[in-house]
Design a protein around this ligand. Sequence first.
Ligand code: 13P
Ligand code: SF4
Length: 372
Amino acid sequence: MGAMNAPLEAPVRLHQSTASAEAPAVKANEASARLARSNLKQQARELLAQHDAVLVAHYYVDGELQDLALETGGCVADSLEMARFGRDHAARTLVVAGVRFMGETAKILSPEKRVLMPDLEATCSLDIGCPADAFARFCDQHPDRTVVVYANTSAAVKARADWMVTSSCALPIVAHLKERGEKVLWAPDRHLGSYVLQQTGADMLLWDATCVVHDEFKGIELELLRREHPRAKVLVHPESPAGVIEQADLVGSTTQLLRAVAQMDADEFIVATDAGLFHRMRQIAPGKTLIEAPTAGTSATCKACAHCPWMAMNSVEKLVHCLSGGTAPIELDADVIRDARTCIERMLEFVAQHPGATVAPASGFVPHLGAA
Ligand code: 13P
Ligand code: SF4
């Protein structure tokens, strides 16, 4: 027995002695990593101040960047608010932490400002899915239609559009066009387009592209999850498939979903949007339970992470890099700026004249809202 015990005891002693010897070293490493992180953030703050720059961040970027934006007088917002904030801010440099179309929109609205992005390669599947030349041919085939494009498009696509919309104002703007008797050519998100069509009853011709993140949410799995959480309210971004939108208590832009978590009379929420929004939701409504909407069944061997790969390209390191001159500012041809600006300004003017229009409906899916 003694011979059998010996090998069993040895690893235990080894484990104990290693653990106690390593604990201070691990703690020291953690402390120095924390210090390095805090120095990096301090460097970012100083560079923002030195360059008369303001950080305009989307809710889907890393939480560290969101916090940095708020504490340095910038903003964390949806794409509509980002556009307005950048346009109205006095800073000479806008640093847009998000994806390429957000930086381009900022440049179009403020051509005199320097617009930097932590990573210029950060794009969007909707933008990729709507190339300007193919889109121009589509428009040429339907000259009788008013061209409405989602914000998630290139400047060249916007240059061809009559209206730009974001998820927070697409419904009232298309309802307004319908009232004027206009037929709509819509691009590029087909889920958002179908939702707007269903809600407004407008005559809409849809381009066919999707968001790689929201397209993954599954209606059947959501139904099962709701049975497990019968009191949970379901909040859905309208880039999600129809089977998910149909189950929503509220459909809205990222800001509208965030507001709903804070204001709705519920303790539990199932949220169908990019996981990056949870950072701000937890800060604004700390007592509430947030559950990610399912992107696959429990038995699935492969499950999408519900986080945009391009938003994830933004980091504090890259923010410091771009402010230190490591990244070229966004440049757009003057004629593209001129042509793309009209559709964005039309949207901003509409929103300014209809301040209630961007507030999400009190409860979600109302078929044919504008059809009567
Ligand atoms: P919001 O306008 O709601 O922020 O949406 C932008 C986006 O890219 C969502 O995927
Ligand atoms: Fe584009 Fe989707 Fe990423 Fe938003 S989440 S930027 S729509 S790919």
